[in-house]
Design a protein around this ligand. Structure first.
Ligand code: ATP
Ligand code: MG
Length: 402
């Protein structure tokens, strides 16, 4: 048995010992049956949260008001939830299962890993179908996020959305406008990072859901293009957003768009940087200057982006060749430059001032463009010559002014 289930069985065992029912439930059961890796385990129980809290040494009261508590055991977390519907002890496992979103998520398993499936939902799992539990429209009116979850599951599991459920999504799609943007973003991100993302994207498009999701509305063409790309090459979400926005090109103000997604400042900055790198690449291709400016890690991201966006073009994109290129740069940072302010003051016999930084920027560029070697004497000689050439009024001459 997987270690996570093994520890989970101990949690169930302990709850049962004191007279309550407890089962593995939901996604963990689904993934176990599909032999997919399980990353989080939910347990459903007849016990009210207070009793669970007393029973285990370490609990985290996250979502206690919704009847959920996190139990920590052997360094693992388990989300333990009291049977849904009336939390007065009268509810049953069968009722709890009925309250769940999709049939594939509405099965339970006891601590011996025996399936408990009172409604024969296993059939849908076998037939690879996503079907709303009971009435789709009712389920989606209750919680419109479920429509996005349906598309996301089709993307992660490569399952079909059953026809009536799909029709219900088409009917209820307008309700997605009620869902919190960060929850919609999370579902969208899970969808695009999954193996059969194009399937999920097609469901989002064909149901018309995208028209009611603020950050996807009007970007249908870009989503279609995205569906045909090798997104699996991209390793981070920053890359995925950069690819999407690059394909889209309708966003005038990227920063406001990304901020509205409630992503972190750092995330927004990263995506913007990748956009800039893509644009710089479009203008000049790979150069020492570009790789120097964005650094190795971002160069690798850019390489993956270019391969995803334009697989037909023959760019330098492999990790190996970019690492080699970065390694062969004449300098990797300002610190590698064999020139500094003090040496410049001595050489030019001038007082310290803003001119120093201007000259260092010039010489840094020249070294990267291999116009001059990273050698103190040669760099000073080159700067002196440039000063003579550009003596009065020229852009370069300006750098020498105080
Ligand atoms: P994953 O963990 O891979 O994102 P999951 O199906 O496990 O997928 P969770 O959010 O962990 O999703 O929820 C666990 C279970 O709780 C689900 O399998 C489902 O039974 C139930 N559930 C979650 N969200 C909803 C919802 N919006 N409506 C109804 N039931 C839900
Ligand atoms: Mg889960």
């Amino acid at each position: 048995m997987e270690p996570l289930f093994l520890i989970g069985s101990k949690v169930i065992h302990k709850i049962k010992q004191q007279g309550d029912e407890a089962y593995f439930v939901g996604g963990a059961v689904r993934d176990f049956l599909l032999q997919r890796p399980v990353h989080d385990i939910d347990i459903t129980t007849s016990a009210p949260v207070e009793r669970i809290e007393e029973l285990f040494e370490v609990t985290i009261p996250l979502g206690k008001e919704h009847g959920t508590i996190i139990v920590r055991l052997e360094e693992q977390s388990f989300e333990v939830t009291t049977y849904r519907s009336v939390s007065d002890g009268r509810s049953t496992l069968a009722e709890d299962l009925q309250k769940r979103d999709f049939t594939i998520n509405a099965m339970a398993m006891n601590e011996k890993m025996e399936l408990i499936d009172p409604y024969n939902f296993y059939n849908d799992l076998e037939n690879r179908l996503i079907r709303a539990v009971e009435n789709g429209v009712e389920r989606f009116v209750e919680d419109p996020l479920r429509m996005l979850r349906a598309c996301r599951f089709s993307s992660q599991l490569n399952f079909e959305i059953e026809k009536e459920t799909f029709d219900a999504i088409t009917k209820c799609r307008g309700l997605t406008e009620r869902t919190a943007i960060e929850r919609a973003v999370t579902e969208f991100e899970k969808l695009v990072k999954a193996r059969t993302f194009s399937r999920g994207l097609h469901y989002m498009l064909s149901s018309g859901l995208t028209q009611h999701i603020s950050f996807l509305k009007g970007k249908e063409k870009a989503l279609e293009d995205l569906a045909a790309m090798k997104l699996e090459i991209l390793l981070s979400l920053e890359e995925v957003w950069a690819a999407f926005l690059y394909v889209d090109q309708t966003e005038q103000d990227l920063i406001s768009y990304l901020k509205a997604l409630k992503k972190s400042k750092q995330f927004v900055h990263q995506v913007v940087r990748l956009q800039e790198a893509l644009n710089t690449y479009r203008n000049n291709g790979w150069t020492n200057g570009l790789i120097y400016k964005i650094g190795l890690e971002n160069s690798l991201k850019l390489g993956r982006l270019l391969y995803t966006l334009h697989p037909e073009e023959n760019h330098v994109h492999t990790e190996q060749s970019l690492m080699k290129w970065h390694n062969n740069l004449p300098i990797k940072s300002r610190r590698d430059l064999n020139l500094n302010g003090q040496l410049l003051v001595q050489a030019f016999q001038k007082e310290q001032g803003a001119w120093i930084e201007r000259l260092l920027v010039k010489v840094e560029k020249a070294v990267l463009a291999q116009k001059v070697a990273n050698n103190t004497r040669e760099m000073i000689a080159w700067l002196m010559k440039e000063r003579d050439i550009n003596d009065e009024g020229q852009a370069f001459g300006d750098a020498f002014r105080k």
